[in-house]
Ligand binder design. Sequence first.
Ligand code: XIL
Length: 374
Amino acid sequence: MAARATGSPRAPTRRALLAGLAGAALAPATAAAHHGPPLRELAAARGLVYGSSVRIDALEDPAYAALQARESAVLVPSYELKWHPVARRPGVYDFAAPDRLMRFAGRHGAAVRGHTLLWHRSMPAWLDARVSAADMERHIETHAATTVGRYAGRIGSWDVVNEAVSPVDGRPDGLRASLFLAKLGERYIDVAFRAARAADPAAELVYNDFGVEHEGWNPLHPKREKVLELLKRMLDRGVPVDALGVQGHLATRSPFDGDRWLRWLERVRALGLRILVTELDVNDAASPAEITLRDAEVAELYRRFLAATLACRAVTTVVTWGISDRYSWVVDGVEPSHRRADSAKPRPLPFDRDLAPKLAHVSLAAALTDARPR
Ligand code: XIL
C-alpha cells in the first residue's frame, strides 16, 4: 500500500520486520517442511490426542481433506451428527453424512468423536413444547440408543449433553432453562448418559460446555462453579460421566488468567474426571486489522491457554473447531460477536484460508511438544 510505504519511517520498518519474521519462520520448501511434523504426531509423542472438527461436505475439497488427514488423529463432525440433521422426522434416522466421515477417518487412521446427543440449539423441529414428559424421556432414550448404538465400538468418545449450564438464565442451580429441563428437570441429563452407557459400555461419555475458559464473563465467574456443582451432583447420583469437555472458544483481549484456570481444572481432576479441549478457536474481533499483529495476538492466546491447560494431567485431548480459516463458524459470522467491525475475515484457526500454517500453528505445535508426557 503506497500510503503506508510513504508514512512514518517507523511503521513500515516494524511492519517489514514482523512480516519478515513470519515469512522466514514459515517459508515453504516442500509441503512437509512447510507444515513441520503433523500435529497428530507431536501430540502422540506426549500421549496426547490432537484433532479437529470437520465439515463433512468440505471433505469434497481435496486440499482440505488432505490437510485433515495429515494433521488430525480424531475428527469431530461439526454439524452432521447433531440431533436435527440425523432425525428430521420422529424415529426416521439418516446417518449417510456421518457414515461418510467414518469411512474417511478409517482410510486415514483417525478416530471419530461423537458430537452431540443433546443440545438446545440442535433440537429436531418435531420436538417442541407440546411433547409430554414421558415422550420427551422416550425420545431422549431412543435417540441415544440409536445414535450411540449405531457406532458402538467405532466412536470411542461422545459429547452426551452440551451446554446445560447457563447462570444468566437466573436459576439457583445455574442450569439452562431448556425444553429438556422444563419437561424432565435435571434428570434429563441422567437419562441421556445412562442410555448412552447402555448403548456402548466402552465409550467415553463427556459433559461439554463453554464459557468456563475466560475470566471475562463475570468477576465471580458463576459458570465455573455451576459446572463443577453439576458434575458433583451427577457423580453423586451415579450418572456415568467420564470426562468434562471444555469447548475453548477464546477471544483476544478477553481476560484470561492461566493460573486460575489451571486451579479450576485441578478441581475437575480431583473429581476423578478426564478433561478434553473440544472446540478450540480464537475470535479475533477485538484485535487490529493488520494481519501480522492480529495473528500474533491469536497465537499468544493459543500459547497461554494451552500452556495452562496441558499442565493439568487430566487433559487428554485437544480438538480445534476446524483446522483452517477456510471453514470456520467464526469466519461464517453466525454469532454477532464473531463479526469484525471492519468486516475483515477472522483468522481463528492454526492454518489460513490457503491452508498454510500461521503463528497459531507454531503455538499449538510448541505447546504439544512442551507438554509433560501422559
Ligand atoms: C457450530 C457449528 O460449527 C456450525 O456449523 C453449526 O451450524 C452451529 O454449531 N458450540 C458447539 C458446537 O458445541 O456444536 C457449535 O458448532 C459451536 C458452539
